[in-house]
Design a protein around this ligand. Structure first.
Ligand code: NAD
Ligand code: UGA
Length: 468
């Protein structure tokens, strides 16, 4: 019969482990939740007395204030966390492999394997082990083999897949009111019991008809599939944005028109400078690798095109900036507004802004950057990684990080909107115009400005998916 879980351990205190388990603790006061991580400074930030948490996520601080010290704990004592728990979420990072077999496509499963081996080594009682990280199809099989081969007598491990669908910037709301919770298990009596144990945790706040239970491999593949389909929508709309720019159609009008078809739906049809974030590209490349491993080259090529279209969109945008500024931006000052990969997060992983700024640096422009959340050290680290041939000192001569949008735009020849921060909708554009070089250009990579109003002020405005 299903185990009644009273102690949960989450391995990995990142963007997923932190918010997810904080919400579990909030909704399940009868369960003790301990989030462990090897990264001391991350854990210190989660424990910081003034709640300077390691990630910025609207509503997160409030949840942590209510639960920390009550039934939510953060620790670097991974072994103790594992030993005490009935159920363990594995929520470690699974980045794209940088070298070796499958480099550039396959997921690096080293962190998942290390966490799994740690569980096998230190567990003295039976555990339910939950794959929360996004992993290739059949990873649970490998985890089971490792656990079974290393476990002590009287320890049994049940493995579940429970992928996370939260989006950054709306994580707390997504967790409180998920479209669905997906749990995959082996269809054996023990597998189904473990599945019911986890389902009963979510049932504390998620309606039963939104808790979907499926086989392990379907669950693992559904996560890759969901991200691939979401990213595909963006690449589709971005591909159409290029046609709009060439023909005089307007991508926002086209998206609105097609989104009215209830089979298509209005969400996730916003043309942009390209999708970013730690997962879309990684998970699609993972799916491409999986397809190739299954000897399905046509399927691999199909999904690969979603990422290629995204690269093209970013390249196309920076080319349009250079072309519009009379084919040279050498020595010209460009203000880049926004550095995070989307609004309401401080996360910069795979942010389109990084690629744009790298392109502008190669054209020898001077760049001012403003983002309301991204720490300055993070910006320098991302720029250094994007242009490994340029010494940091040279980058710091070419790039200035500014304290406000207004300051970033001062004396600039062009403003580039890279992230859709709400505060960029409320900028005092008259004042910006007064302090810019003329002609003053705006490039809206997020379709957030009122182009007609800005043109009346005197700006030359270029918007994604519009001819002018
Ligand atoms: P992250 O890098 O923010 O966090 C992972 C954490 O795991 C790090 O703090 C790292 O120190 C820790 N860690 C790694 N190995 C460890 C070990 N052996 N023991 C203890 N701690 C260890 O990553 P994330 O963004 O939280 O993503 C985690 C997983 O969730 C990934 O597989 C990702 O694809 C998936 N996912 C992410 C999102 C998202 O929005 N970021 C959404 C859904 C799913
Ligand atoms: C995405 C998915 O939405 C989540 O369901 C999933 O759990 C997560 O990936 C993950 O697996 O990591 P996230 O990357 O946090 O979430 O944020 P999204 O809102 O999906 O945005 C991704 C990127 O697409 C951003 O750069 C965003 O600006 C861009 N985007 C999104 C568009 O350009 N147009 C749109 O219409 C929507």
């Amino acid at each position: 019969s299903p185990v009644k879980v009273t102690k949960i351990c989450c391995i990995g205190a990142g963007y997923v482990g932190g918010p997810t388990c904080a919400v579990v603790a909030l909704k399940c006061p009868h369960i003790t939740v301990t989030i462990v991580d090897l990264n001391q400074s991350r854990i210190d930030a989660w424990n910081s007395p003034d709640f300077k948490l390691p990630i910025y996520e609207p509503g997160l601080e409030d949840v942590v204030r209510q639960t920390r010290g009550r039934n939510l704990f953060f620790s670097t004592d991974v072994d103790k966390g594992i030993e005490e728990a009935d159920l363990i979420f594995v929520s470690v990072n699974t980045p794209t492999k940088k070298s070796g077999i499958g480099a550039g496509f396959a997921a690096d499963l080293n962190y998942v394997e290390l966490a799994t081996r740690r569980i096998a080594d230190v567990a003295k009682s039976s555990k339910i082990v939950v794959e929360k990280s996004t992993v290739p199809c059949r990873t649970a099989d490998a985890m089971r083999t490792i656990l079974d081969a290393n476990s002590k007598p009287n320890c049994r491990f049940d493995i579940l897949s429970n992928p996370e669908f939260l989006a950054e910037g709306t994580a707390i709301n997504d967790l409180l009111k998920p479209d669905r919770v997906l749990i995959g298990s082996l269809q054996t009596p023990q597998g189904i019991d473990a599945c019911n144990s986890l389902a009963s945790i979510y049932a504390n706040w998620v309606p039963k008809d939104r808790i979907l239970t499926v086989g392990l491999w379907s669950s693992e593949l559904s996560k890759l599939a969901a991200n691939a389909m979401l990213a595909q929508r963006i690449s589709s709309v971005n591909a159409l944005s290029a046609i709009c720019e060439a023909t005089g159609a307007n991508i926002d009008e086209v998206a609105h028109a097609i989104g009215f078809d209830s089979r298509i739906g209005p969400k996730f049809l916003k043309a942009s400078v390209g999708f970013g974030g730690s997962c879309f590209q990684k998970d699609i490349l993972n799916l491409v690798y999986l397809s190739e491993s299954c000897h399905l080259p046509e399927v691999a090529a199909y999904w690969r095109q979603v990422v290629e279209m995204n690269d093209y969109q970013k390249r196309r945008f920076s080319t349009r900036v250079v072309d519009t500024l009379f084919k040279t931006i050498t020595g010209k000052r460009i203000a880049v507004l926004g550095f995070a990969f989307k609004a309401d997060t401080g996360d910069t992983r795979e942010s389109a802004a990084i690629t744009l700024i790298r392109d502008f640096q190669q054209e020898k422009a001077l760049i001012n950057i403003y983002d309301p959340q991204v720490p300055h050290e993070q910006i320098w680290a991302d720029l250094a990684e994007a242009s490994p041939d340029i010494p940091l000192a040279a980058t710091q001569k070419q790039v200035t990080i500014c304290a406000s949008a207004i300051e970033a735009c001062k004396n600039a020849e062009a403003v580039v909107i890279a992230t859709e921060w709400k505060e960029f909708c409320d900028i005092d554009w008259e004042s910006v115009y007064a302090h810019m070089k003329k002609p003053a250009f705006i490039f809206d990579g997020r379709i957030i400005v009122d182009a007609d109003r800005l043109r009346k002020i005197g700006f030359k405005v270029t918007v994604i998916g519009r001819a002018e």
